[in-house]
Design a binder for this molecule. Structure first.
Ligand SMILES: [Zn+2]
Length: 242
């Protein structure tokens, strides 16, 4: 959630983020509240549908990690703290030495004066605060009296690859084909690495769905970004600077 102090910080940059959800969306709120569904869709206190900021950030981080690895920047292993920067336990010696580069050095105190990979410098870790802040994506224009849609799901026994009919469950989803608009913001703090915005814009293009049930066609989405242009010069630097 975005705090007032984040807005008040000088030299931050804010990007509006809009996801048009094309199919039914099912993102769990972790336990249902008064709903018939076993997995209720997340809503704001005021009852509006939402995609939680933590889920947006998690997916964006994951896609950024893949891109950074793909272009040769060393990246630690998230999300377990002991395999992430600054510890990076269990990294082989030759792998670990790749992290010892000038643009991975951060800060002056004992904890931060170590090498943190590009991804940790953007999204944070146990000792670094995240330098990009995500807001929940909220559906502001949900039609009135939207019916609660329950979609039956079936758990599949992974070993037998058969449906276990004892385990039929219900998912609450947003109604399909409404093209609901979910909007929120990303704030880039002033100390964010210069490649952060570029990497995140590239990562968003890889995120075509939210929710756990991608294979059953839930939650397919399309992004509307105020900046969709990738800065080619910066991209050249990013790929040359590995
Ligand atoms: Zn890292």
């Amino acid at each position: 959630m975005i705090n007032l102090s984040d807005y008040l910080e000088l030299n931050t940059r804010t990007i509006e983020l809009t996801a048009i959800v094309q199919t039914a969306l099912c993102v769990g709120a972790g336990g249902s509240s008064g709903s018939l569904a076993d997995k209720a869709i997340a809503r704001t206190a005021g009852g509006k549908l939402l995609i939680p900021a933590s889920q947006v950030k998690g997916r964006v981080r994951h896609e950024c990690e893949k891109i950074a690895r793909g272009i040769g920047w060393p990246v630690c292993d998230s999300p377990k703290a002991d395999t992430m920067c600054p510890q990076r336990a269990e990294f082989p010696q030759e792998e670990e030495s790749r992290f010892h580069r000038e643009d991975y050095r951060v800060g002056a105190d004992a904890e931060t004066d170590r090498h943190h990979c590009l991804i940790c410098q953007i999204f944070g870790n146990t000792v670094l605060r995240s330098r990009v802040i995500f807001d929940d994506l909220i559906c502001a224009e949900e039609p009135e009296n939207l019916p609660e849609v329950l979609r039956p799901g079936v758990t599949i026994n992974r070993d037998l690859r058969v449906a276990e009919d004892q385990k039929l469950f219900l998912l609450e989803t947003s109604p399909p084909n409404l093209k609901l608009r979910f909007t929120g913001q990303m704030i880039f703090r002033s100390n964010c690495p210069k490649y952060a915005e570029l990497l995140i814009l590239a990562a968003l293009r890889h995120i075509n769905a939210f929710g756990g049930s991608k294979s059953s066609g839930l939650g397919w989405l399309k992004w509307e970004l105020e900046t969709s242009e990738i800065d080619n010069n910066l991209w050249k630097q990013l790929t040359a600077n590995k």
